[in-house]
Design a protein around this ligand. Structure first.
Ligand SMILES: [Zn+2]
Length: 134
């Protein structure tokens, strides 16, 4: 079943019977990160598993939810296999969702870094005052 809409992520069915050589870039890295973050949808365990046409990978029997760029998507455990070993068949729109997620995480990390930097700065401005009172 292919679900290529705004509620689903990487619910695709690549046609290739062979895997492509591993693609190891930031999209694959991000997909690995998503594999750790995805959570099973309660009650979805009866849907059965799905085998990729290359026969080298199988999904779990559950549907998962995962947050990408602040949006919640339904996805499956073949997500990583698709971006790593069937990249040429991943539709533009699905890749775009992942790139949006990568940008979002980068921005979040940057904001955190800036906040920490500001905290550091404010510590420094406090220190001299205390030292001056002594
Ligand atoms: Zn496959």
């Amino acid at each position: 079943m292919i679900k290529n809409d705004s509620k689903n992520l990487l619910f695709i069915e690549p046609n290739a019977k062979k895997m492509e050589p591993d693609v190891n870039d930031e999209v694959t890295e991000y997909a690995q990160y998503l594999m750790k973050k995805m959570r099973p949808v309660p009650g979805s365990a009866t849907k059965g598993f799905h085998s990729c046409k290359c026969k080298q990978a199988h999904s779990g029997s559950q549907t998962y939810t995962v947050s990408v760029a602040g949006k919640s998507y339904q996805t499956n455990t073949l997500l990583l296999h698709y971006v790593k070993n069937h990249r040429s068949e991943v539709p533009e729109g699905e890749l775009k969702k992942l790139y949006d997620g990568i940008e979002y995480e980068k921005q979040k990390a940057l904001n955190k870094q800036l906040k920490e930097q500001q905290t550091e700065d404010s510590k420094e401005t406090i220190k001299p005052k205390r030292a001056f009172k002594r």
